[in-house]
Write a protein that binds this ligand. Sequence first.
Ligand code: AHR
Ligand code: AHR
Ligand code: AHR
Length: 481
Amino acid sequence: AGPCDLYSSGGTPCIAAHSSTRALYSAYSGSLYQVKRGSDNTTTIITPLSAGGVANAAAQDTFCASTTCLITIIYDQSGRGNHLTQAPGGAFKGPEPNGNDNLASATGAPVTLNGQKAYGVFISPGTGYRNNAASGTAKGDAAEGMYAVLDGTHYNGGCCFDYGNAETSSTDTGNGHMEAIYFGTNTAWGTGAGSGPWLMADLENGLFSGYNAGNNAGDPSISSRFLTAIIKGKPNQWAIRGANSASGTLSTYYNGTRPNKSGYNPMSKEGAIILGIGGDNSVSGQGTFYEGVMTTGYPTDATENSVQANIVAAKYATSSLTSGPALSVGSSISLRATTAGYTTRYIAHTGATVNTQVVSSSSTTALKQQASWTVRAGLGDSACYSFESKDTAGSYIRHYNFELQVGANDGSKQFHEDATFCTQASLNGQGNSIRAWSYPTRYIRHYSNVVYAASNGGVHTFDAAGSFNDDASWVVGTSFA
Ligand code: AHR
Ligand code: AHR
Ligand code: AHR
């Protein structure tokens, strides 16, 4: 059985079921998600390998070979048509034209399920999905349940990486107008034990770790790589439950009455569905979503326990974040441009600015050093890399406003993540392409001889689609100095 078969047996069927990794009903063999590629803007639909099975990641890999790919639709498997698509601008605007949010890279969150490759939905700040016309979702004070499988190591303090029930207007219409899973380290409202990240409920104008916004010592910091997150609510009762998705059973972090603050009892749920954003399209959160559902009715703990067992049996595990020619940690390298007319240029820096410069064996020692980088284990994720400046020890290439800079490692999570890059088989067949770990739609790319973290056809001038694949492909060589 799949998770939604279990919810059905429990009398609380799924009214929305979303996953880019697997079918959530044992008989489901339909659409899981749609991807769009950069080379010709065409789309394809990814389905399970077999009914009830894991997504056909190989079909995505073939379709997306030598180009970039975005996730355009996450289909609803429940049959209600509650698909998730690019979120429109709300009270807060996304980065795309008209205030729309970004779409997620199709390749930012590779995993395996029972040894079979699949891709999650990697949400960077600015990215979001939504359905403001969902059917069958809880409205008003009606009962509902939901779970999501998330990456317990991908989070931030921004508002708000959510999955669940929200406003149909993409604006904040008041307390109690949402009921969604939140995951991260935001401390503006509730907090749990330790320093986070925490699983909380976004009930609008508040992230709740327990009875009222504020500290609830019963809501633990999460440390597992995969996290099963559960929120459920019914008249004057709600609960938070969580578990390691890879092993073990659910714990209840809160189970009790509604907040005593005005607006939360009764609730005024509106029934839109959000992923990766807040109710008002707050777009500062980050996280990774693998699968999740929403139900009608308040699931029993026993039903949820059987769903957790099903998730454990799916055997989520990590998979390599890199491909293409391997880099060796500790080695000193140069990075040569491959765009015709620019192939004598290498990634270098002039002060904080990262640019390309013509470098050769007869260049000055100073320039040779400016164009030389030491490969380090990724500061933000050791499965990828960071590039330390040869002439400024302790300084690394990082992105800031999507421009590359050389900056001193200040030890912060933000710096570490901004300075982490994942290499992959190159987009133009020469060397590697190098994507930003925290923004996997963005690649190290030169434009007018300055170097950026650029997306293929995005809103910035430096995102121009013309010569993107060439500008984002680099030959790794031994260093000049
Ligand atoms: O409740 C937290 C956030 O507050 C909501 O997600 C958003 O709509 C509002 O800004
Ligand atoms: O480069 C994009 C973002 O810009 C970085 O993640 C952040 O440090 C800065 O605000
Ligand atoms: O960086 C040099 C060139 O500038 C790039 O190849 C091109 O995309 C831009 O015009």
